[in-house]
Write a protein that binds this ligand. Sequence first.
Ligand code: PEP
Ligand code: MN
Length: 366
Amino acid sequence: MTEQIYKKFGVDDENHIIIAGPCSAETREQVLATAAGIADIPHINIYRTGIWKPRTKPNSFEGVGAKALPWLKEVKEKYKLKTAVEIAKPEHVEICLEHPESIDIVWLGARTTGNPFSVQAIADSLKGVDIPVMIKNPINPDLNLWIGATQRIINAGITNIIAIHRGFYPFSETHLRNIPKWEIAIDYRMQYPEIPMINDPSHISGSRKYVYEIAQRALNMNFNGLMIETHITPEKALSDAKQQITPKALNELLNNLNFRKKSFDSPQFLDLLQNYRDQIDSIDYQLLELLSKRMEIIKKIGKYKQQYNVSIFQLKRWMDILNSRIDFSKQFNLHEPFVKKILKPVHEEAIRLQIEIINDKKKSAP
Ligand code: PEP
Ligand code: MN
């Protein structure tokens, strides 16, 4: 299935899916000049742009709408690029479907994915057609909204889907416009392993400065590609001016990125990898065995405390455990927040088991 999705998006499944283009289509000249720059870069075959722009505040530039259709037709014809635009309403879908000469692919933006009514209305308008659809994560760090939107699009009969990870509302001040929360992207990929996922470092960064760093991080994590906002004169852009880069900068950025291979077919590589994995497996099983032993002793302590009517949670003992384990792990170069993070659920489980002992006792009391 993944192979078929790649074909529909015009990408060879050995390659990464690289999508570039301006945040918004502004003028014919800007659309075409940006496309000309992008078309010269190897491995880019999808041109993105917004023609209907969902803006946080009114009276901002809201896109040129259907006026951009002839410009996108020219992009397709002159530069042999596939074109993708954001859709937010059934009317947008209708216009895109009526103009296959201008638009190949559509995507749901972050503000739309977060709204089940809008997603359902769009899904209904997509029924019975076979246009590739990309689904950005919602603004809220809520995996289920993203999954739900995907289900609605799948239920409409769309088989060619790509997920786009564009980060989440940060809630507090950060250097990035949106925080990546990579773990949510990983959870999504676990639910839909057959759906390629690409990363949008532009909307995560919010600034040209961080686009490279986020893009590399995504590639290290085996994302299937990137969507990077590219504008012929970024500083003059009518939307997202700070995060867009020129086609020239995009070319350099792509040349500097390390595109890791999904795997490497050499027998020596696979042998050693398997060897490492066997060692990890063995260590994991030992860890689980040790945890189980620890919990058996906890049960004994629980019964003992019960017998002498001593309280379960002992603050001093917990602080000693935490501090001594953190001190001990320093010699092994274990990251302190990680050690804290794993000790907490172990302690919580110990408390839970001891409470269970009290409850069992109550149940069996005459
Ligand atoms: C965009 O791609 O220009 C856009 C509006 O993105 P998002 O929906 O991720 O905010
Ligand atoms: Mn944008």
